[in-house]
Design a protein around this ligand. Structure first.
Ligand SMILES: [Zn+2]
Length: 173
């Protein structure tokens, strides 16, 4: 494999930490990547990058809350433009624009429909271990269980270095 920047052939596999902040949340994961040992160019694996985006969409859809930025992200993650979304959610494209701009709140039943749509459209994607934090005060949020994806037969890949998780222990003595 050659480096697209310097044409060197010393390209090695590595991993990199990828982050995306949306609203008050910071999503992060360790992605497979390739690094050129000559010029240092590092690029994430496109499959992992795509799986990360879809996993973020699923986490948001599961969470039940969605800021205007997250609404726009959810729509984009399933490849819908405003007209597609309006047709699916039985509203007008102007409604979609107003929700995504934060000019008017999305009705609860419409948000539920959008969440269902995102979960349906991303049901077959590989489960991807991502971490979610509050961007402002960095309180860790728990990632909701995703039984659909665990049952899909895909192999779970875990990053080699995981940040230790807090574990609650019940003292039975
Ligand atoms: Zn290079």
């Amino acid at each position: 494999m050659t480096c697209p920047a310097c044409n060197a052939t010393l390209v090695v596999e590595c991993s990199l930490r990828h982050e995306r902040s949306l609203g008050d949340k910071l999503f992060s994961a360790r992605l497979r990547a390739r690094r050129c040992k000559v010029c240092g160019l590092t690029a994430p694996d496109v499959f992992d990058l795509g799986a990360f985006e879809l996993a973020v969409a699923r986490v948001i859809a599961h969470s039940g809350e969605a800021s205007p930025n997250e609404l726009r992200f959810l729509r984009g993650a399933i490849g819908y433009d405003r007209v597609d979304a309006a047709r699916a959610l039985l509203c007008s494209p102007d409604d979609v624009s107003a929700w995504e701009a934060g000019h008017s709140p999305i009705p609860a039943f419409t948000l539920q429909a959008l969440r269902d749509l995102v979960l349906l459209r991303t049901a077959g994607v590989a489960w991807f271990p991502i971490q979610v934090q509050r961007a402002r005060n960095a309180d860790p949020l728990s990632q909701p269980p995703d039984p659909l994806q665990r049952d899909s037969g895909t192999v779970e890949r875990r990053p080699r270095h995981r940040r230790p998780h807090l574990t609650l222990r019940t003292n039975t003595r």
